[in-house]
Design a protein around this ligand. Structure first.
Ligand code: HEC
Length: 86
């Protein structure tokens, strides 16, 4: 019984954690991507297409002299797209 409670608590906290990453990713999607163009809808591409596009966008951001995405930002964006891509 004690074991079950520990397991349940772990499950609940880890899904709440993922939820926060998705929310942060969604905010970044607008704040970071709208700098150059309107960010397209997450549903418009598959996750693999997104990952390819993001590689190019990182280069575009560098070329434009913008702050690169931190690894946390990249991870949050990826979580958001994983949950919302086509
Ligand atoms: C520094 C400016 C800049 C930023 C910031 C930027 N983009 Fe782009 N984006 C471009 C340009 C320029 C193109 C036109 C295609 C190209 O040159 O790669 C483009 C094209 C696209 C396309 C069309 C697909 C393609 O390859 O043509 C998508 C989707 C896209 N961007 C998504 C994003 C997302 C998501 C972000 C945020 C992580 C983002 N962009 C941030 C400049 C930017």
């Amino acid at each position: 019984m004690k074991y079950m409670i520990v397991l349940l608590t772990l499950l609940i906290t880890s899904s709440a954690y993922a939820e926060e990453g998705i929310e942060r990713g969604e905010a970044l999607f607008t704040s970071r991507c709208d700098a150059c163009h309107q960010a397209p809808k997450a549903k418009s591409l598959t996750l693999n297409q997104w990952r390819a596009v993001l590689k190019t966008m990182k280069v575009r951001m560098k070329q434009a002299g913008m702050n690169p995405l931190t690894s946390e930002e990249a991870a949050d964006l990826d979580q958001f797209l994983e949950a919302n891509a086509r």
